[in-house]
Design a protein around this ligand. Structure first.
Ligand code: PLP
Length: 411
C-alpha cells in the first residue's frame, strides 16, 4: 500500500493566501461592480527595469545562434552574475563574501525551503512569530514537529515579535524551558512586520549563535528597501557571522523578478555543523551537493537579466522603482497614523504593520466589504500576528491614493 508523508497533514489547514483569495472571490461575486484594490499579497506591480529587459532580449538572441548558445549552465550559477553580486552586494559594503560562496537559484523561497534538508531530523528550531510561513511549513513537511497545538508546533520555538520589542526578538527571549535552538530563522527587513534590525541586534544573535554552536538562517529578501544608512543589509556585516550564518537573497522585490525567478544563497567557506559523533562537517560542500543533485540552475536568460541589475543604468532604474514603492508605503503609513492607528514598518520596507486593536480577520473583512481594499490579516502569520493587518505598498500610485481615500471613509 502506498503511504503518504503524513507530515503534510500536520501543516496548518488553510494556507493564508488561499483563504484570502476565497473571501475576495466571494465578495467580488456578490458585488460584481466593485473595483477591488489589492494591497494584500506581496507581489510587485511595476515592470522590469529597461536595462534588465534589454539584457534579457540580448540573451534570447544569444540562445538563437550557434555562436553564443548556452545549454546547461554552471550549477552554482554563471560567474558573471556571482562575481557582480559578490562585488556590489558585499565587497562594496566592506563585507567579505566571495563569488564562489554564492549559489544562484530560482528564488529565495526554494532556498529557504530546501536548506533544512542539510540538517538532522531532531534539530531544534526557533522562528519569529509572526513569521513568513515557509520556514515553519517546510520543517513540518520534513517531520520536524511535535503536535500542532492551536497553530503552533511543539517542536518549534516561537519568538514573539511585538510592539514591546520593536518586532525584533533577542536571544534573551529564548525560553530556557524549551530545547536550545540549533537553527534560528531571522528575516530583516521583516515580512510581515516591516521591522528592521540594527547592527547591534543582529550582532547579539551572531554572538549567541557562535557561543551555542547554532546556525542563523538570514533571509534578506527585502534588503533593497533599506534606506537608513545605519541599518545592515547583510548578516555578514556582523563580526563572526561567516562562522554561523547562511543568507538568502532574492531579486524578486529588488528588481521585479517575482515572475522571472532568480535569487541566491550565500554559504561561506568554513561554515561548519556537526555530525552525531561531534566531528565538524562543512556546509558549503553539502549545499553544493544538494543543489547539483536536485537543481539545474536558473536560466541563462534570467541570469543575464539579473546581471543587468548591477549595471549603472540597471541599478539606478531598480532603485527608482523601489523608491516609488517606498513612497507608496509612506503615504499609507502616514494616512493610517492620521487616522489614529499605531503603525510599524513602512520605512525601510514595503510592508506596513497596523495595530487594529481587535480581530485581524474582522478588520480584513471590514476593509474588504466596506472599502473594497484587500489587506492581509496578521493572524495568518502566527499567533502574535493577531490584532494586526499587513498592508503592502506594491501597487500603482493611483490605486494607493484611491485606497487611502477609501480607508479614510471606512475608518
Ligand atoms: N523570503 C521572504 C521573507 C519573502 O517574503 C519572500 C516572498 O514573498 C521570499 C523569501 C521569496 O522570494 P522569491 O520570490 O525569491 O522566492
Amino acid at each position: 500500500m502506498l503511504h503518504v508523508n503524513e507530515n503534510y497533514s500536520k501543516i496548518q489547514a488553510s494556507y493564508l493566501f488561499t483563504e484570502i483569495a476565497h473571501r475576495v472571490a466571494a465578495h467580488q461575486a456578490a458585488n460584481p461592480g466593485a473595483k477591488i484594490i489589492r494591497l494584500g499579497i506581496g507581489d510587485v506591480t511595476e515592470p522590469l527595469a529597461p536595462a534588465v529587459v534589454e539584457a534579457m532580449h540580448k540573451a534570447v538572441d544569444d540562445e538563437a545562434g550557434r555562436e553564443h548558445f548556452h545549454g546547461y549552465g554552471p550549477e552554482q550559477g554563471y560567474a558573471f552574475l556571482r562575481e557582480k553580486a559578490a562585488e556590489a552586494d558585499f565587497k562594496a559594503r566592506g563585507v567579505d563574501i566571495q563569488a564562489d560562496e554564492i549559489f544562484i537559484s530560482d528564488g529565495a523561497k526554494c532556498d529557504c525551503g530546501n536548506i533544512q534538508e542539510l540538517f538532522a531530523d531532531d534539530v531544534a528550531i526557533a522562528v519569529g512569530d509572526p513569521v513568513y510561513p515557509v520556514y515553519v511549513d517546510t520543517n513540518v513537511m520534513a517531520g520536524r514537529t511535535g503536535k500542532n497545538e492551536g497553530g503552533r508546533y511543539s517542536g518549534l520555538q516561537y519568538l514573539t515579535c511585538n510592539a514591546a520589542n520593536g518586532f525584533v526578538p533577542s536571544p534573551a527571549s529564548l525560553d530556557p524551558a524549551q530545547p536550545k535552538p540549533d537553527i534560528v530563522y531571522l528575516c530583516y527587513p521583516n515580512n510581515p512586520t516591516g521591522a528592521v534590525a540594527t547592527l547591534d541586534q543582529l550582532q547579539e544573535w551572531v554572538d549567541w549563535a557562535r557561543a551555542n554552536k547554532a546556525l542563523i538562517l538570514f533571509d534578506a529578501a527585502y534588503e533593497a528597501f533599506i534606506r537608513d544608512p545605519a541599518i545592515p543589509h547583510s548578516i555578514y556585516e556582523c563580526t563572526g557571522a561567516r562562522e554561523c550564518a547562511i543568507e538568502f537573497r532574492s531579486y524578486s522585490k529588488t528588481a521585479g523578478f517575482t515572475g522571472i525567478r532568480c535569487g541566491y544563497t550565500v554559504v561561506p567557506k568554513g561554515l561548519m555543523a556537526y555530525a552525531a559523533d561531534g566531528s565538524q562537517v562543512e556546509l558549503r560542500p553539502m549545499w553544493t551537493r544538494r543543489q547539483t543533485t536536485k537543481f539545474n540552475g536558473a536560466s541563462y536568460i534570467t541570469q543575464r537579466g539579473a546581471e543587468a541589475i548591477y549595471s549603472k543604468d540597471g541599478a539606478e532604474q531598480t532603485k527608482a522603482t523601489i523608491d516609488f514603492y517606498l513612497e507608496n508605503a509612506k503615504l499609507v503609513k502616514n494616512a493610517l497614523k492620521d487616522l489614529g492607528y499605531t503603525v510599524a514598518g513602512g520605512d525601510n520596507s514595503p510592508y506596513i504593520w497596523v495595530d487594529v486593536k481587535g480581530s485581524s480577520w474582522d478588520f480584513f473583512d471590514k476593509l474588504l466589504k466596506e472599502a473594497n481594499v484587500v489587506t492581509t490579516p496578521g493572524a495568518g502569520f502566527g499567533r502574535a500576528g493577531e490584532g494586526y493587518i499587513r498592508i503592502s505598498a506594491f501597487n500603482s500610485r493611483e490605486n494607493v491614493l484611491e485606497a487611502i481615500e477609501r480607508l479614510k471613509k471606512t475608518l
